[in-house]
Write a new protein. Sequence first.
Length: 412
Amino acid sequence: MAATPAPPQAPPKPTWDPRRAEPPFPWLRPTIRIRLTLLYGGMFLIAGILLLSIIYLLAANALNVGSDLPFKVVSGTVSSESCNITSTQLPAADLNHALNECVNEQRQHALDNLLSRSLLALLGLAIIAFAFGYAMAGRVLSPLGRITRTARAVAGSDLSRRIELDGPDDELKELADTFDDMLERLQRAFTAQQRFVGNASHELRTPLAINRTLLEVHLSDPGAPVELQQLGKTLLATNERSEQLVEGLLLLARSDNQIVERKPVDLAEVAEQAVDQVHAEAEAKGVEIRGERQSAVVQGNGVLLERIALNLVQNAVRYNVQEDGWVEVTTEIQHGQAVLVVSNTGPVVPAYEIDNLFEPFKRLRGADRTGSDKGVGLGLSIVRSVARAHGGHIYAQPREGGGLVMRVTLPI
């Protein structure tokens, strides 16, 4: 009879604990409170010892000075240079009174001398204590400066930086380690986001490339009708602009909402292109587009800046009045900033609903914009994101009589 095989043994338990080991005496941990207590307590003790030593020496000197008699006996008479005692013979009562006055005067002189020197010694010790305390505080708080510099580097989109603080296991080291763990998680999250953007860019480029190829093939047919060729050219231009917009948005996502590649862009030209694209729609709705556009050159991405102007002008045309409507588009430089202003007539907008305009898929009065034939509700959200990426801001203000005034400011 065959022996029954023994069941497999469980793997051995690990001999180490992945968690941080607790110290045997946690109250002996060199925390900042204990270190500062020992530091300033020791400084106070040393300063007290020095002060007592100086006072003792000064008092000894004063007593030595006061031990000498301020008078001397000369052939049965008393003579003194520091006290008002004449060398003539005096009655006993007057002589004793004069001697007491002389001793008291000498004692007061020694006390005054001791007080003045003690004040000078205290002033010197105070200066030394403040200087030493300032130096010690800087040494204790130096890890905070290291943490601050790392945080500033991270704020500049450098998530690879770490503090890696060494030294005693105190509160500052615990803070630095926690900050490093947070940066590690943030870096993994942003890496995953960039990977997703890379995959999405492929999925977005592919259909646009297919559309462009099909349109080019149809346009290459010499027997195609003129209307079809004109429509194909329009669709090809629209497809090309969509490709540029996708590239710009993907660039914006890759750079963590910061524009890496910047080129000089004139807001006046950007606004003119946006007006040209919306001109046909404005004429169909009977909306007049006007305004003076002065040159205002900024550093940024031309495609994304054009999207700002196009979204604002499209919204101004689409959300307008039925008759005698107008849209005013102006560009200029004010107070060292490039300014794009788009004003329009339209329905009255309550001031408390201005913030909702910039939320995705939101429209006035909190209704869902996904069912609207005027857009998908992302126009102003994109405008705000692009403006922030360029270091600018967008402000919305209700216009008297109805409509809005949209003001975009960008650094030059």
